[in-house]
Design a protein around this ligand. Structure first.
Ligand code: SF4
Length: 687
């Protein structure tokens, strides 16, 4: 049988690397380089290399399942659709919530949002961006008028000074880190701020170890230095921004001088001074960040502080500069773009705007939609279900695993216990399918055509390489079938993904100039791409910002401590994150033998000094305890973490970090503070 090569994109991180899936006997059997791909030029990280291994794992979901007498039993599609339709019709619209997915295509996300708003007529739709970059979307939209990464992956290589904070780029976005290395080779300075000496920190020209949660203090401290020394970009501030005086009044307070910033952040004063000077004087400096910035009760403040730094130094609108939010999952950008957020339709068109409501009603051919109201976020939905039983009665979850990914898992479990009906659409059994009433088998990236949008707003094609197993269906097909069962056949009469994309382009201004033929020819287009002759946008905010008057807004922000700080009972700061070999809740990577072998379970990192004080040795089984719960876990004693800090990767159900994490939320973005809570590490006493 002939071997076929099908070009598509990696299903893991937001870099959006391209590769060929190798297909033999109608099955995916490997990955081969796609050398011409503009993002990764044929290179891949380990996750990309083994992204074929889970596709045909033996426990793929292949049939719908319905819970009968407490057990999930195989059922026909017809039976499942009828049950779901009758249940959804029985609830009031606002008693139903939807979680869409960063792992399904743009077309599928668009349909989930359309189904929620036009068929069920609920405003409650959100997805996991709430848990990773909601602070970016809210923070950058407020100050720049657009909530996305301002620049492109490739132009990081043109930077003269790269400041990485809250991102372990070399492990989590390795093919973006490649551009940092190219820049460094060309003489750029790499500054890395992190509580851990990560592989990224080890590449730095200047490493700044800090206490998690002190980001605003660091940015204000750097701006204090820059303004004090006259290194600010006066022209940019005058011509492109407003409210500089208000910003200056705050950052020039003595609270943000070198000495105080060093004391609060834990970074030696001379390092802060050096970073400020390199950054302000390089001529083209960028900031790259990820969830270490966003997952805080001050997530929006942190993001706005990065924007402040870039505006006062004039580092926006040119290659090598920018606010580069590195998105976590392959299509988390696309799920946001498609309106799987409680406040916007696709293309960030506000749901509270009556003109937008009319536009969508007309486009969708319905007389009524969930209108005039911003719905619940994911975190609201869990909190309401747990704490106000009866308010929310049903959740429809596509390709997410909140029973492992959301903070304070005991609280999440309480939320699910209080729900009347839970529908989960996924490709594998997960901790969340285990509590579902109906499970629907969807298809993975290798089994369908469609598009995704990577971290740099690049819309890329997926190409089908094999059929989904058993009776599993395209996720868009499931939504269309269900719409038909609910009486909305005409509005969901799509025959393929391309027809859905054409509707997206029609109603979404930033995607307006795109179609499949153009995407094939150009190999990808970056939004905004409003018209058929528009080349797409590699760099945003070149001449002006997307705010009504075109000016960037400088924000005066004071430093605040995290919601929970160490005390005598819980003396360390816990932070969580990914490791190189695993991804999120492990539903894909833990079914990949080569990846699972490298990191088969979790661990807690503490420094030798803290370990010695606790009498703990490397490799010992210990208990990690917070106010929310405790887990057994293996201690990794390493000098690669700052004293007073502990780190746990969040992939592993058997030592789930999210039993420990704090559900305290940023007041605007409603993102949880995964990156800082108070923890105690204990020896396990012999029985
Ligand atoms: Fe996949 Fe991200 Fe690795 Fe690229 S860098 S191969 S997109 S996991």
């Amino acid at each position: 049988m002939e071997v076929k090569y099908v070009p598509t994109t990696c299903p893991y991180c937001g870099t959006g690397c391209g590769f060929n899936l190798v297909v033999k006997d109608k099955k995916v059997i490997g990955v081969a380089p796609w050398n011409r791909n503009p993002i990764n030029e044929g290179k891949l990280c380990p996750k990309g290399n083994y992204a074929w291994e889970f596709v045909n794992a033996p426990d793929r979901l292949t049939k719908p399942l319905i819970r009968k007498n407490g057990k999930l039993e195989p059922a026909s599609w017809d039976e499942a659709y009828k049950l779901i339709a009758s249940k959804l019709k029985g609830f009031k619209p606002e008693e139903v919530g939807f979680f869409s997915s960063a792992r399904i295509s743009n077309e599928e996300n668009y349909l989930v949002a359309k189904f929620a708003r036009a068929v069920v007529k609920t405003p409650h739709i959100d997805h996991c961006a709430r848990l990773c970059h909601a602070s970016t979307v809210a923070g950058l939209a407020a100050v720049f008028g657009s909530g996305a990464m301002t620049n492109s992956i490739g132009d990081i290589a043109e930077s003269k000074c790269i400041f990485v904070i809250g991102s372990n780029t070399f492990e989590q976005h390795p093919l973006i880190a490649r551009n940092m290395m190219i820049a460094q080779k060309n003489g750029a300075k790499l500054i890395v701020a992190d509580p851990r000496v990560t592989p990224t920190a080890k590449q730095a020209d200047l490493y700044m170890p800090f206490y998690s949660g002190t980001d605003v203090q660091i940015f204000n401290g750097m701006m204090h230095q820059i303004i004090k020394n006259g290194w600010e970009n006066k022209d940019f501030i005058k011509n492109r921004t407003k409210d500089y005086d208000k910003l200056k009044e705050v950052v020039m307070k003595e609270a943000y001088n070198l000495e105080n910033t060093a004391k609060i952040s834990g970074i030696p004063a001379e390092k802060i001074a050096q970073a400020a000077e390199w950054f302000a004087k390089s001529g083209a400096s960028c900031v790259c960040y990820s969830m270490g910035i966003t997952q805080h009760t001050t997530g929006v403040d942190n993001v706005k502080s990065i924007a402040n730094l870039q505006m006062i130094t004039g580092n926006l609108g040119r290659p090598g500069t920018g606010v580069n939010a590195l998105r976590g999952q392959n299509n988390v950008q696309g799920a946001c773009d498609m309106g799987c957020l409680p406040n916007v339709y696709s293309g960030y068109q506000q749901v509270i705007n009556p003109d937008m409501q009319k536009k969508m009603k007309d486009a969708w051919g319905v007389s009524e939609i969930a209108e005039g109201k911003v719905g619940y976020t994911i975190t609201d939905m869990i909190n309401v279900a747990a704490d106000k039983p009866g308010t929310l009665k049903c959740l429809y979850i596509v390709g997410e695993n909140p029973m492992l990914s959301d903070p304070d898992l005991h609280h999440v479990k309480k939320a699910f216990d209080n729900l009347d009906f839970v529908i989960v659409q996924d490709i594998f059994p997960t901790e969340t399918t285990a509590v579902a009433d109906v499970v629907l088998p969807g298809s993975c990236y290798a089994e369908k055509d469609g598009t995704q949008s990577n971290t740099e707003r690049r819309v890329q094609k997926w190409r089908k390489a094999q059929d989904a197993p058993g009776e599993a269906k395209y996720d868009w097909q499931i939504i269309c079938d269900l719409a038909k069962a609910m009486g909305y056949e005409k509005q969901f009469a799509f025959k393929n993904a391309e027809e859905i994309f054409n509707e997206i382009a029609k109603v979404t201004p930033s995607y307006g100039g795109m179609n499949y033929a153009r995407l094939e020819k150009a190999e990808a287009l970056q939004w905004p791409c409003p018209t058929a002759d528009h080349p797409g946008s590699a760099v945003l905010h070149k001449e002006k910002f997307g705010t009504p008057d075109g000016l960037g807004i400088l924000s005066a922000i004071e430093f605040k401590y995290p919601a929970e700080v160490p005390d005598k009972d819980y003396p360390l700061i816990l932070t969580t994150g990914r490791c190189l070999w695993q991804f999120h809740t492990g539903s894909m990577t833990r079914r990949s033998g080569n990846l699972e072998r490298e990191a088969p379970t979790g661990w807690v990192e503490i420094c030798p000094e803290d370990a010695k004080a606790l009498g703990i040795i490397n490799g010992e089984k210990v208990k990690a305890v917070t106010r929310r719960g405790e887990i057994p876990i293996t201690a990794k004693v390493t000098k690669d973490i700052k004293k007073g800090m502990a780190f746990i990767p969040f992939h592993f159900a058997e030592c789930a970090a999210n039993i420990l994490t704090n559900n305290a939320l940023d007041p605007i973005a409603k993102i949880p503070e995964y990156k800082a809570c108070a923890v105690r590490i204990e020896k396990i006493k012999e029985a």
